[in-house]
Design a protein around this ligand. Structure first.
Ligand SMILES: *Cc1c(COP(=O)(O)O)cnc(C)c1O
Length: 337
């Protein structure tokens, strides 16, 4: 089992044994194919390359104390990929096919699922793109659905510690009625320059505001945002925010714990009233936010150098469910057997 130095794995790509592919052609999906190559043979005129007809997902496989491998809310990822693909006029894999491909990819690479104690996980990356040739701006007639996996190290190598973020007003990752609510590669391409600028200034990432008025909080680059005050979990509602499955899960768990939940527009000025702030997403569950810098007025909102009590409770409970250490009362977990 000691195949790799699990504790020191980066959050990056590493070759595994197999990946799964499936082609949509002549108006139908083919069967799932197993490949041991890391490469695709793609048409030079594929719409995924030229016109960004591409969507993706991210989820993880967790090995429990009992040695069993668990997936967390895989069906929600399947549904979200369908929602994303439908908006981009793509052929989409049915939920069952998505689930089967994920289970197969994990199962075939079982020895890359890190042991329970390591804190490392197997990251699963499903992607779908237009593979058919097209030069006019039209949806492709052919699609490729791929699932690959790669082991990733524990997100917090130095413990559950807050990061600093910076508000961005100079660029937007998604328009008010654009593609912010679906998981398309183009949103990430559009976020790279603002993230690079934030990192150049010493921040881990940027916090986007609503594109129209720059009055409300949207989300952090690849993670949703939440604030805590008066025993209430508050997360922004906006069409340009990606509906994070982690955020949805945290809202449900907060309610279970007797914490109030509000999903509504959050004005920038409300930042000063929060007792805790955090980012959430599959990669880290919760990344506590220490400081938020607003370059417009040189203001710094400070939530402290340690994670707050509510964030810590939610983080521990969600992780415990993912690893099988706490009861899965919502039916979120499925097994790879
Ligand atoms: C994937 C993603 C998230 C996090 O979603 P999870 O389902 O919790 O992993 C947040 N924001 C953006 C923009 C994303 O693409």
């Amino acid at each position: 089992m000691e195949l790799l130095d699990w504790k020191n794995l980066p959050f990056g790509y590493m070759k595994t044994d197999y990946n799964i592919r499936c082609q949509f052609k002549n108006n139908e999906w083919g069967s799932l194919e197993v490949s041991s190559s890391e490469y695709l043979n793609v048409h030079i005129a594929a719409t995924g390359l030229h016109y960004g007809q591409e969507v993706f997902e991210g989820l993880k496989a967790y090995r429990g104390r009992d040695g069993k491998i668990r997936l967390f809310r895989c069906r929600d990822n399947a549904q979200r990929m369908i929602d994303s693909g439908v908006y981009l006029q793509m052929a989409v894999p049915p939920v069952e096919m998505f689930e089967e491909a994920v289970v197969k990819a994990v199962k075939l690479n079982e020895h890359f699922v890190p042991p329970y104690e390591s804190g490392a996980t197997l990251y699963v990356r499903p992607l779908l793109f237009g593979s058919g040739a097209q030069v006019g701006v039209k949806p492709a007639k052919e699609y490729l659905f791929v699932v690959f996996v790669t082991p990733v190290g524990p997100y917090f190598k130095t413990g559950f510690k807050p990061v600093d973020v910076m508000i961005t007003r100079d660029s937007d990752r998604a328009a008010p009625l654009g593609t912010g609510n679906i998981k398309v590669g183009g949103n990430y391409a559009a976020s790279l320059s603002a993230a690079a600028e934030a990192q150049r200034l010493g921040y881990s990432t940027c916090l986007y505001l609503d594109a129209k008025e720059k009055k409300y909080i949207d989300e952090c680059g690849p993670a949703n945002f939440f604030g805590i005050k008066n025993n209430t979990y508050i997360t922004p509602a906006s069409h340009s925010i990606l509906p994070s499955i982690t955020n949805k899960s945290l809202m449900a768990l907060a309610e279970d714990l007797g914490i109030k939940v509000e999903r509504r527009p959050v004005e920038v000025t409300e930042l000063e009233t929060f007792e805790e702030a955090g980012e959430c997403g599959t990669a880290a569950v919760i990344t506590p936010v220490g400081k938020i810098f607003d370059p417009q007025n040189n203001r710094i909102y400070d939530y402290g150098s340690e994670a707050g009590p509510v964030s810590t409770r939610l983080y521990s409970l969600l992780r415990a469910i993912q690893y099988g250490d706490a009861e899965d009362t919502h039916g979120w977990v499925s097994f790879v057997e």
